[in-house]
Design a protein around this ligand. Structure first.
Ligand code: TXA
Ligand code: MG
Length: 357
């Protein structure tokens, strides 16, 4: 299939292009589009056959449900059976924006979209291109991140092209996204809402609005042992090894100066063995490394810059064909919790504590 790629000026969106993209969605096709978090791969969320094409294009396991994207609160009427009070408070505060809520689904939402679940994930994005596309399509758009399953999520159109060119109908290029990691997912079907996936909207921010909020333990686990073998994450997607670069990634935690020393030693050893090494450093530390392909993920003083840089850096290392990647760790709270959650999963839980050695 030929994939049509269209560049859009976000400040002056070409209505003709949106019309064309909306037609593709209404006809049951696939369109990748920018959101404020990551690029999404969209299809008509009320059409099970259209949603099935998403799974095929991504190579995504069919038990991993999709998020429905809406452009107006009234669209909830057709997809959810009730809106709990906690959800109303959160919607008032954070929508449109990088927050996904889990509701009980109405019958007409196909199981093909929800991975067979009786609940449905809904997000009201704030990105202008996403909103115009949903309005034009006149249907909730089911959209996972627009990457091949298991690869890092796309934060610019070139990433989507890498994974999806020839597999989908259309890609809307709206430049680099603003946030760089996926939305915070909150299950509001329970008495005490629970965060299933951390994101830009932190637990503290949620708690400020609704008081008590639980955290699925998969969010903070630093090892698979901590979870136990029979633990199933509440968001099915969280169980898969995600966001993974091709090279083996290892994280190093502990006192930063020791982390740098340790990475320097291992990088030299790996080089001796003829391996190509990538190092995930920060603006503050990048000059302290000696061998390897040293890339700064962002500034330690600006966690948002780290979130924005994260997936791009993992893809860049793929392009450079490195064999191993060594990474610093970050403050594991607030936005740092969302960053660390992605990195730990990308590392397949390989974390070395340099203080403990
Ligand atoms: O920021 C985002 O959320 C991006 C953009 C494109 O909106 N989308 C995204 O979708 O990250 P995806 O498919 O990559 O991740 C969706 C996650 C998966 O972990 C899935 O298991 C979970 O949401 N999910 C979807 N429906 C669910 C449900 N009914 N119950 C629990 N988890 C659900
Ligand atoms: Mg994803």
């Amino acid at each position: 299939m030929d994939t049509v790629i269209k560049k859009l000026d976000v400040e002056n969106i070409d209505k003709e292009v949106i019309k064309e993209a909306g037609d593709v969605i209404r006809r049951g096709g696939l369109v990748a589009f920018p959101t404020e978090t990551v690029y999404g791969l969209g299809a008509d969320g009320m059409d099970g056959a259209a949603a099935a094409k998403i799974y095929e294009a991504k190579g995504r396991p069919s038990d991993n449900p999709l998020i429905l994207h809406i452009s107006d609160i009234s669209m909830l009427d057709d997809i959810v059976t009730e809106i709990p009070q906690t959800a109303k408070l959160l919607m008032d505060k954070f929508w449109p924006g990088p927050m996904t809520l889990i509701f009980k689904k109405k019958e007409q939402v196909p199981y093909g979209t929800t991975g067979g679940l009786n609940t449905v994930a809904v997000r009201f994005p704030s990105h202008k291109v996403a909103l115009e596309l949903i309005r034009e399509a006149k249907t909730p758009i089911a959209a996972p991140s627009a990457n091949t399953s298991g690869r890092p999520s796309p934060t610019e159109a070139s990433h989507v092209i890498e994974d999806m060119n020839g597999r989908i109908d259309m890609i809307l290029d709206g430049g680099q996204v603003g946030i760089g990691i996926e939305s915070t997912i909150i299950d509001v079907t329970q008495e005490v809402p629970m965060i299933l996936r951390p994101g830009y909207i932190t637990r503290a921010m949620v708690s400020e609005v609704i008081g008590e909020v639980a955290l699925d333990k998969v969010v903070v686990a630093k090892s698979t042992d901590e979870l136990g073998t029979d633990y199933a994450p509440k968001a099915p997607g969280m169980k898969y090894r995600h966001y993974a670069p091709k090279a083996e990634l290892t994280m190093f935690e502990g006192q930063l100066s020791k982390v740098i020393d340790k990475i320097n030693v291992l990088a030299s050893e790996a080089k001796e063995l003829g391996k190509s090494v990538g190092i995930i450093a920060t603006d503050e530390t990048k000059d302290m490394y000696k061998v390897g392909k040293i890339v700064s993920i962002g500034s330690r003083k600006d966690e948002e810059s780290i979130a924005r840089g994260l997936y791009g850096i993992l893809r860049d290392f793929d392009q450079m064909n490195v064999d191993v990647i060594y990474s610093e760790t970050f403050y594991n709270d607030d936005l740092g919790q969302a960053i660390m959650n992605r990195l730990i999963k990308a590392a397949g839980y390989r974390i070395v504590d340099v203080d403990g050695e």
